[in-house]
Write a protein that binds this ligand. Sequence first.
Ligand code: SAM
Length: 291
Amino acid sequence: MKKILSKDGSPRQTIEILKKYAFVFQKRFGQNFLIDPRVLDKIMAAAEIGPDDLVLEIGPGIGTLTQHLACAAGRVIAVEIDRALIPILEETLRDLPNTRIINDDILKVDVEKLVQEEGQGRPVKIVANLPYYITTPILMDLLEKRIPVDSMTVMVQKEVAQRMCAGPGSKDYGALSLAVQYHSEPTIAANVPPNCFMPRPKVGSTVVRLKVYDEAPVDPIDEHLMFRIIRASFNQRRKTLANGLKNSPELTFEKDEIQDALERCGFSSNVRGEDLSLSQFAQLSDIFAKK
Ligand code: SAM
């Protein structure tokens, strides 16, 4: 049986440790620390961590969530950019030998190599209260590299979570929804108000769980072309899909070619990108790929 937590992530304990180390919050690192134990429980319930699991935590802060993860998992690697937090983490994780702290920028870490070294082929579970200024680059980088990831349970800005989960016809539906849904099945685990953090963010937050697919739900001939078409379709949201494709700097299709492809898919000439599902984008992209 593992040790009971000495730090439960309550506001009092967080203030105590921050004072002890004279810690100064860095806005540029998106530092909003969780101070509500009920939210920690919700993240843990959504992440479904077991004793055989390898967990990667991005941005452990003072180690509040890390402690919970280390009590449930086999091994936890925590990557923190802010050097000032390292001595704090060394204290809060002192009694949890299955943790490893890495002081680095997650975007510069070779995650594939790290997971291979630590997991010996086991897929990793990613859990994070993400710094909001780089949520999308972090998630897209991890999804697109095809690292063996089982799931990602992440706290993100509420609007970003809505965009990740949105379907055709919704105002939130766009390139991010399609990229996330190509790689994973997203579900919303909890909405979290600003008063659960220190300092309070200006926006609401949401915990989303992305269950990463072994195989994508569609199999386009040219994945990169499909995503160029998707980006072009949402670049000019108010325009028709045909105009979006014609005006894209990433594509060189002629007007007739576009009309012909839309007709062959059975779409009307004034269809918009936001009306198309992922499989319809794959269908359209395959027509161009075969040309
Ligand atoms: N996990 C802690 C919690 O829930 O209380 C802190 C979450 S806070 C929203 C984001 C954390 O990510 C901060 O500790 C911040 O220093 C760290 N961070 C910001 N940018 C980072 C990056 N590029 N790589 C690694 N950590 C980063």
